[in-house]
Structures are given as structure tokens and as C-alpha cells.
Design a protein around this ligand. Structure first.
Ligand code: BG6
Length: 469
């Protein structure tokens, strides 16, 4: 056993989002998830929607007490565009929404918890999708910048950490390429490429608004990285890995940190006739509004091999024409979520950021393990989630190794603090340090919550994992 000490001031925290925790309040605007659930509840596990979620809207005081009790010193949630804004075209404030988010700011402060406010977590107001085509529209990009400005103006003096988007690549994949979020398009390559570009532009425009206000904090973006591990060292497999990284990881990482798009991505989309529409002025906005820091979500790696078959896409486009999933034998899986467990990738990500992205300050903004039917682990009123503690300790051991080797990582946020609602999976898999009883809405600390308390107060833990890169 070795005690792993983390740097002074290290963030021990957790992340959630507005739509997944709050419960629907103020129905002035529906967001995409509200609408999707209202019109197609059968798409959601047990037909449970976001209406109540984990009732953060009513329970935030008690929730912050619990988060404090488990030793968190930082916490990310998101401000919902559909709740903060009154007139979407004007970007004017909705007093009810603002009053709620102000209470969140106060409560975090009262509990000595550093708040990170994120501005978009898959929750575009649905009328902007129906009226303008959502993120395919540059008008929507400008409306987002107005929303961002409104949030910064009203809350930017007190909140020191802001992020523009959570996992923007998921919007591209889920709504336009693979069809698992509303409007569930499959293979809409041209729109997907435009959405990819527009989201990068929207992030840069929001950063520009932030800078204009001369606020005392920092602004970043939250990206989910799924590093590619090719099947072999063959030229074809390695190329497949480069392509997957260019499309799924570097498409947001490079613009955010380096202010430009990857050449491989641009040349491929151009060759395929689906490159986005851009202007020199917009490219300059992206170039001159890079992030101050990164939040990186890590759940699983991407095992790839060369694409050996000609896909019969009938005019559709998906990036998988350039790579294929590789079913690697003998991997560890989280069977509930169907994701591979591969903790070493955290070290690889950290080294990649150090070596290729100027060692920009960053933190793990999500990492976690969703487990189904956790009630079976209930003993004397407490969920005994030892598997989750093991999962965190193993990932943190690799992160610690990277920090020892000079990675500029300043924190670790688990997904999630309090069990929350999820897109389509609803409450199937639970991830929290704190459990939610959906019938009573009682929130109760799990064993992992007490593990987090001990870890954050010691700023480290005794690890039995040997990590050798
Ligand atoms: C991340 C998202 O991709 O993973 C969260 O930022 C999400 O919103 C989390 O809930 C876990 O994924 P899922 O699909 O199991 O809820």
C-alpha cells in the first residue's frame, strides 16, 4: 500500500447538470429533453422523465449540506438556457430562473464549495430546433452568445469557474450521426459537420463575451475524450485510430486549446463534400478565444481497427467509413452501461495534454461507474458500493502517476454527487455518492460518500494499485 498525496488545493468534487437534477420548474420554454420525453415517453427507461429528477430545485439546501458532509470542495452543475432566459431572441433574463441560480451560488458559498457553472448540457430550447434547425443554424450560435452574456452579467462576479459546453461531440453524434437523441437522425453528415463547427464557434463567441466583461474568473469547456487504441501497429489500424481521434476527440480539443481545426478532419470532410460553411471572420473568433482551462470527462477508451468492409449507407455519412469497432478480447466491462473499464487511459490523456496541448491546466470533470439496481447492496440503510470505491481508486492511481510526471491536473470530479436522471436511461444506472429514493425523494449517503470524505480530508488515499506506464 502506498499513500498517494495530491497537490495542495486539489479539487475533490462531483458534477451534475440542470436537466438531470433540478426537475422541471418554470415551463416558459421546453428544452430538448422536456420535449422528447413529453412526445415519446416510451424512449425512456421505465418511462421516467426529467420532470422531478432528483428534485434539486426544492432540495438544494439539504443537497449542498450532504455534498459538504461528504467532503466535496467543488461542484459543477449547469444553468439551463430554457430557464434563465425569458426572450430567447433578446437574451433577456427570466427573474424566476435567475432567482433560483442565485440561490445555488449562495448555498455553494455558504458550504465553502467552489461552484463551476456550465452553460449547455444537451439542453437546447426546443423551439430553436423547430424554428431554426437547432445547432445547424448560425443564428442559434448568436442566441447562445446572448444567453451566455446574460449568465455572466448576472452571476459572473461571484462564480469564478465557467464552462461553455458539456461534451459537444455528443450532440453531433447523438442527434445527427447515430440517432440516439432527438431528433434521432442517422448519417446526416453534412448537418453533423455544420453542427460541429457551429458548436466550436458558439463556445468561442461565449468566451469572447466573457472576456469583454473583464470578470475575475476563468472559462473553459468540458470535453469527453475517448482515446483511440488501434488493434495493431499496422499502417491501416493506426490510420483508423488517427481518423477516430480527429473526428471524435480533436474536433473540439484543437479549436478549444489551439484555436484551429485538425487538418485531417478538414481535408476528410472536404473530400467527402460535407465540409461546414465558415468565414474568415469566424475563424478569427475561434483563433482568438481559446479556453483558460479544460474539463475532461473520461469513461471508456475507443478500441478501433481498420474498416474492412464497404458500408452500404445509401447516401448517408458516418465517420465509421474510416474506422471500425474492435472487439478486443479479455477486456473488463461495466455490464450495466456496456462500457469498457480501462483506468490507464486517464494517464494517457494526461500525457497527451501535457505533450501536445501546452500542458494547459485541466481537471477530470467526470469519471464514474453506473450500476443497475443498487438497492440490492443496501445494508442497514446504506448502499455498500465498494465496486465504486475500487473504480475511483484505480483511476485516481493513474491520475496521480501523471501528476507526478508533470501533468497540470488540478482536480477530480466524479460523476456524480447525487444519483441523477439520464438521457433515455433515466434512473436505470446509479452513479452517485448519494442515493435517491424515487418514491420518497430521500437522499442518503452511500459508502462511497464516506470514502470521498476521508479522501478529500487527507488530500489522498492509500492505494493498493501498482501503476507502471
Ligand atoms: C456523460 C454526460 O456523458 O455521461 C452525463 O455528461 C451522463 O450527462 C454521464 O449522465 C453518464 O452517462 P449515462 O448515459 O449513463 O447517464
Amino acid at each position: 500500500m502506498t499513500f498517494l498525496q495530491f497537490p495542495n488545493g486539489f479539487w475533490w468534487g462531483a458534477a451534475t447538470s440542470g436537466p438531470q437534477s433540478e426537475g422541471t420548474f418554470d415551463k416558459k420554454h421546453e428544452n430538448l429533453m422536456d420535449y422528447w420525453f413529453r412526445t415519446k415517453p416510451e424512449d425512456f427507461h421505465n418511462q421516467v422523465g426529467p420532470n422531478v429528477a432528483s428534485d434539486f430545485y426544492h432540495q438544494y439546501e439539504n443537497d449542498f449540506k450532504l455534498l459538504k458532509e461528504i467532503g466535496l470542495n467543488s461542484y459543477r452543475t449547469s444553468i439551463q438556457w430554457s430557464r434563465l432566459i425569458d426572450d430567447l431572441e433578446e437574451g433577456s433574463v427570466n427573474p424566476e430562473g435567475l432567482a433560483f441560480y442565485k440561490k445555488i451560488v449562495q448555498e455553494a458559498k455558504k458550504n465553502d464549495i467552489e461552484l463551476v457553472f456550465n452553460l449547455h448540457h444537451f439542453d437546447i430550447p426546443i423551439e430553436l430546433v423547430h424554428k431554426y434547425g437547432g445547432w445547424t443554424s448560425k443564428h442559434v450560435v448568436d442566441l447562445f452568445a446572448k444567453f451566455a452574456k446574460c449568465a455572466f452579467t448576472h452571476l459572473g462576479k461571484e462564480v469564478k469557474y465557467w464552462t461553455t459546453f458539456n461534451e459537444p461531440i455528443v450532440i453531433v453524434e447523438a442527434s445527427y450521426l447515430y440517432g440516439f437523441h432527438y431528433p434521432k437522425y442517422f448519417g446526416h453528415g453534412k448537418e453533423a459537420a455544420q453542427v460541429m463547427y457551429n458548436l466550436n464557434l458558439a463556445s468561442a463567441k461565449a468566451i469572447a463575451e466573457y472576456k469583454k466583461l473583464n470578470l475575475p474568473g476563468k472559462i473553459g469547456i468540458i470535453l469527453n475524450l475517448t482515446p483511440s487504441y488501434p488493434r495493431s501497429n499496422s499502417k491501416e489500424d493506426v490510420y483508423a485510430g488517427h481518423m477516430a481521434d480527429a473526428m471524435l476527440n480533436h474536433s473540439f480539443l484543437e479549436p478549444a486549446v489551439l484555436g484551429k481545426f485538425p487538418e485531417l478532419l478538414v481535408s476528410t470532410l472536404e473530400k467527402d463534400g460535407i465540409l461546414w460553411q465558415s468565414s474568415a471572420e469566424e475563424m478569427e473568433i475561434i483563433r482568438s478565444n481559446k479556453v483558460d482551462f479544460l474539463g475532461l470527462n473520461y469513461y471508456h477508451p475507443n478500441r478501433v481497427k481498420a474498416q474492412e468492409q464497404e458500408l452500404d449507407l445509401q447516401g448517408k455519412w458516418i465517420p465509421n467509413i474510416y474506422f471500425d469497432d474492435y472487439k478486443k478480447p479479455d477486456i473488463r466491462m461495466n455490464p450495466y452501461r456496456g462500457w469498457e473499464i480501462y483506468p490507464r487511459a486517464i494517464y494517457d490523456i494526461a500525457m497527451d495534454i501535457k505533450n501536445h496541448y501546452g500542458n494547459i491546466p485541466w481537471y477530470i470533470s467526470e469519471n464514474g461507474m453506473g450500476v443497475e439496481n443498487e438497492a440490492r447492496f443496501l445494508e442497514n440503510g446504506q448502499i455498500q458500493d465498494d465496486y465504486r470505491i475500487d473504480f475511483y481508486e484505480e483511476h485516481l492511481s493513474w491520475l496521480h502517476k501523471a501528476i507526478e510526471e508533470g501533468s497540470n491536473c488540478f482536480g477530480y470530479h466524479a460523476w456524480t454527487g447525487i444519483d441523477c436522471w439520464s438521457w433515455a436511461n433515466s434512473y436505470k444506472n446509479r452513479y452517485g455518492f448519494i442515493s435517491v429514493d424515487l418514491e420518497t425523494q430521500n437522499h442518503t449517503i452511500k459508502k462511497s460518500g464516506y470514502w470521498m470524505k476521508k479522501t478529500s480530508s487527507a488530500n489522498g488515499f492509500e492505494s493498493h494499485y501498482e501503476v507502471h506506464p
